[in-house]
Ligand binder design. Sequence first.
Ligand SMILES: Cc1cc2nc3c(=O)[nH]c(=O)nc-3n(C[C@H](O)[C@H](O)[C@H](O)COP(=O)(O)O)c2cc1C
Ligand SMILES: C=C(O[C@@H]1CC(C(=O)O)=C[C@@H](OP(=O)(O)O)[C@H]1O)C(=O)O
Length: 363
Amino acid sequence: MSGNTFGKLFTVTTFGESHGPALGAIVDGCPPGIPISEEDLQHDLDRRRPGSSRHTTQRKEPDQVRILSGVFEGKTTGSSIGLLIENTDQRSKDYSKIKDQFRPAHADYTYHHKYGHRDYRGGGRSSARETAMRVAAGAIAKKVLAAKGIQVRGYMSQLGPIKIDFKTWDAVSENAFFCPDPDKVAELEAYMDQLRRDQDSVGAEVTVIADGVPVGLGEPVFDRLDADLAHGLMSINAVKGIEIGAGFGCIAQRGSEHRDEMTPEGFLSNHAGGVLGGISSGQPIVARLALKPTSSITTPGRSIDVHGQPVEVITKGRHDPCVGIRATPIAEAMMAITLLDHWLRHRGQNGDVSVDTPRLEQQ
Ligand SMILES: Cc1cc2nc3c(=O)[nH]c(=O)nc-3n(C[C@H](O)[C@H](O)[C@H](O)COP(=O)(O)O)c2cc1C
Ligand SMILES: C=C(O[C@@H]1CC(C(=O)O)=C[C@@H](OP(=O)(O)O)[C@H]1O)C(=O)O
């Protein structure tokens, strides 16, 4: 097993390196008859694309996706969907000087020791450039889920020390940060401008929410829905923490506060984050991701080279000063892929009839 595939019934396999000719994905298990066009995928790809504001990497990639298979006359056929995005703006000379050095906090050290031979250009396979394919696959999952009334959306909830309260979904698409509070945008701009002057990077938190998920998705033991969500979200580059619902906040809570009391009209709170016993409760599914600060910065850092000799690493080139800024569409994609996989698995075992899943409609 090479670890390039995610999911059990709805599966996503990706290939490609940051400075290779192209990236690709094979999406398997998509139900037939779903209308899918390249434009459907392009919307989310444009939201993730590098170089779209001064606060992200300045690498300019159109990230134009091509659907190579699995769609005929505008609808999925049920066969493998092949997706391709060409790389057009690689600048490999940025990496010539550091090709034998290990950037502290990037994957150079572990790739070198695990494989012995690595594509150092742009971090090769370890680059988050790969996440473009997840976003394209996630857009397919989102489309299938939307037909079932399930919507997956995300936003930035903290940038470095700046906490961001949720205000409106409309605001999220109106700024470069996926910030839901329009009154915070100027502060974020100023923080990022100073950060660049400091030649440093910073972490962030992204929140992702699925609305309209019926009761019953998930498995009770190993493949709990929350476990698979954590797997999918944690598999995104630079993610160091995942919380579902109250998350680590539950440590300081009492049972009388944490429990989500129920009335005939519904739950009175959602500390569970929409999952009980590994199975969706019908409440919104809420996950938060902690993303670490970018490792590639121009501030010199101590490290070693491939010969074990001490070096001072300075990483020049085009890098995201805060990787969390572009992570929202990626988190949405991984949540959508996980939910669709579990939707198909639920239907595989339980069929369309289930006393406890009145909102699970026939596909
Ligand atoms: C959207 C996004 C953009 C990223 N951009 C950069 C970047 O420009 N430079 C960099 O060094 N790391 C960047 N990263 C982080 C690296 O890909 C990541 O740190 C590396 O793969 C090592 O994996 P790990 O941090 O999960 O241990 C980015 C991550 C994401 C999610
Ligand atoms: C290209 C993208 O982001 C890249 C992610 C990345 C990393 O180390 O993860 C490092 C940089 O790579 P390069 O120096 O090869 O351009 C970013 O630009 C992208 O997201 O599409």
